[in-house]
Design a protein around this ligand. Structure first.
Ligand SMILES: Nc1ncnc2c1ncn2[C@@H]1O[C@H](COP(=O)(O)OP(=O)(O)OP(=O)(O)O)[C@@H](O)[C@H]1O
Length: 230
């Protein structure tokens, strides 16, 4: 499902200016959007508001046909929006399969057999089905990232957010991120990627949004927006 953000406002206590000052963006279903912008432009704040980690002060977030306003109980919008952390945050004492099935079992009360069958499909889609029994310490950076993505997808979100997905990977693995994003897009999930990495934004996204002082200053296809920004 698409995500539509309208007039989003977020004020950090004590800050002179709002970090998000009426931000609007829409990402169609199954598309990959990159969010770029100088340090302090509001990227992290946007990610935290969209993922439900922080409340916001004004505007709306519409996802899967449901609109959430500033007063909405936060959390992760009923599981409709997932977040892949920059450092993956896998549980070191759990196998890949258990990392991915924990939330469906505990939060949604899903039976182990059903959760495992779904997660095995996801691991296959992401090309890491042979790692199901491995522990995080035995995985490469790119594999850990795909586990983190499978874990987020196991909750069946409509929208998946990424915080700097290339920053913890060595340069040779950066192309893998683009491939992984495309694989996820093929499942119909809408993706929003906050990044400083212009090549990744250029190669991997359908749309680019450039933030400036808490608003969208430019948006469009990467070849247009990134050429202008460069
Ligand atoms: N907890 C906070 N308290 C007060 N001000 C904050 C807080 N967090 C962020 N800000 C301010 O909000 C604005 C946006 O910050 P944000 O971290 O969202 O920017 P960013 O685009 O993610 O920057 P970077 O690229 O450096 O991570 C900045 O002016 C920042 O100083």
């Amino acid at each position: 499902m698409s995500i539509c953000v309208t007039d989003l406002v977020k004020r950090h206590p004590g800050a002179a200016a709002p970090a998000l000052a009426g931000l609007c963006m829409e990402v169609p279903t199954g598309k990959i959007a990159s969010v770029l912008g100088r340090s302090g432009a509001g990227k992290t704040t946007l990610l935290r508001c969209l993922s439900g980690l922080d409340p916001f002060d004004g505007g709306t977030i519409e996802v899967s046909g449901v609109t959430f306003g500033a007063g909405a109980k936060h959390g992760s919008f009923g599981g409709k929006i997932g977040l892949v952390f920059q450092t993956f945050e896998l549980f070191p004492h759990l196998s890949v399969l258990d990392n991915c099935t924990l939330a469906p079992r505990v939060v949604r009360g899903e039976a182990r057999s059903r959760a495992e069958a779904r997660v095995k499909d996801l691991l296959r889609e992401l090309g890491i089905e042979d790692k199901a029994k491995a522990y995080p310490e035995a995985l490469s950076g790119g594999q850990k990232q795909r586990v983190a993505i499978a874990r987020a997808l196991a909750m069946e979100p409509s929208v998946l957010l990424y915080d700097e997905p290339t920053s913890a990977l060595d340069p040779a693995l950066k192309h893998e991120v683009g491939r992984t994003l495309r694989r996820v897009a093929g499942t119909g999930v809408t993706q929003i990627v906050v990044t400083h990495d212009l090549p990744v934004a250029r190669e991997s996204s359908d749309l680019v949004f450039v933030l400036d002082r808490g608003r969208v200053a430019a948006f469009g296809p990467p070849e247009e927006v990134i050429a202008e920004a460069a």
